[in-house]
Ligand binder design. Structure first.
Ligand code: NCC
Length: 273
């Protein structure tokens, strides 16, 4: 498995990973049970063309980073799952343009997801681990988490907030590229929300700064900047192929190693560039 040059790898990502959201016209979402639930506008139409974007990982190493103002200086900011901003603005900023959540959170923590105001800002996108290269119909029959009910409940409560379902094909198109560019055999589990969010922003933005996905000098076993929970697997990966994702992102970095060390910051070009 020979590694591609960063330029070739970027082209592979751009050409082979279809970053699309499920649309109301896509079967089986074109049935009467789904009528009016999915947003009418595409994600591209909703966000418009974005310049400089930030992706903020949820890593514990964001603590005491003072990166908030720098993160907020971007045109758009993507955050993950239940990562809060209130009380953490100094380190992670306060702007949220897109929040990418996994189907486990939406399902297992449904009540909290439906009532916590954290989720009411910006555009929501949910994704669910699908069987390897499954057709959308096959996945629909057996999603990893049965989140469709919670999705509909949320849409009824917040009809004006854009809330998308990520097309499940994307995760395996991305996984194939991770595998092709890694020397080891990777467990066939989908990429982390972090990696999916990075590629979503590369599609939407001219340039993407990613914070604390590659850990800085503040690297810690504390899992999240907002919790007192220790687990090395949060940074290195267990279920998700996090280590391979991070190697790939390191390979694509257009910024300096100094920026990684001090700010945990990686700079990636948008696909249109
Ligand atoms: O922890 P999680 O991820 O929400 O983090 C979001 C993304 O930030 C990057 N990260 C996080 C912590 C860390 N120390 N280093 C990092 O690089 C990763 O890229 C990560 O994807 C997920 O990917 O959806 C995940 O979600 C959690 C959990 O489901 C949600 O937080 C909701 O409670 C998973 N944890 C568990 O299931 C216990 C986690 O494995 C993956």
């Amino acid at each position: 498995a020979a590694k591609l040059s960063p330029e070739k790898l970027l082209c592979q990502l751009r050409d082979r990973v279809n970053v699309t959201m499920v649309r109301g016209s896509d079967g089986p979402f074109n049935s009467s049970e789904w009528q009016h639930y999915l947003p009418e506008k595409s994600l591209n139409e909703t966000v418009g063309r974005l310049g400089r974007c930030a992706v903020v990982s949820s890593a514990g190493s964001l603590k005491s980073s003072h990166l908030g103002p720098e993160i907020d200086s971007h045109d758009a900011v993507l955050r993950f799952n239940g990562a809060p901003v209130k009380g953490f603005q100094e380190d992670v900023g306060q702007k949220t343009t897109i929040r990418l959540v996994n189907s486990q959170l939406v399902t297992v923590e449904e009540q909290q997801f439906l009532k916590d105001v954290l989720y009411n800002t910006g555009i929501l996108i949910v994704w669910d681990p699908a069987p390897y290269h499954a057709e959308i119909h096959e996945w629909y029959q057996k999603p990893d988490y049965k989140f469709f009910g919670a999705y509909k409940s949320y849409r009824i409560r917040h009809p004006e907030q854009p809330f998308y379902i990520l097309n499940p094909k994307m995760q395996w198109q991305l996984w194939d590229i991770l595998q092709e560019n890694s020397l080891e055999h990777i467990q066939p589990n989908p990429p982390s929300s972090g990696m999916l969010g990075i590629v979503i922003m590369m599609m939407l933005c001219d340039e993407v700064d990613v914070y604390e996905f590659l850990p800085s000098k503040r690297q810690t076993d504390i899992c999240h900047y907002y919790q007192k929970f220790h687990d090395r697997a949060c940074t290195m990966g267990a279920y998700h192929p996090l280590l391979f994702e991070k190697n790939l992102v390191k390979h694509l970095n257009q910024g300096t190693d100094e920026d990684i060390y001090t700010h945990g910051k990686v700079t990636l070009p948008g696909f249109r560039n």
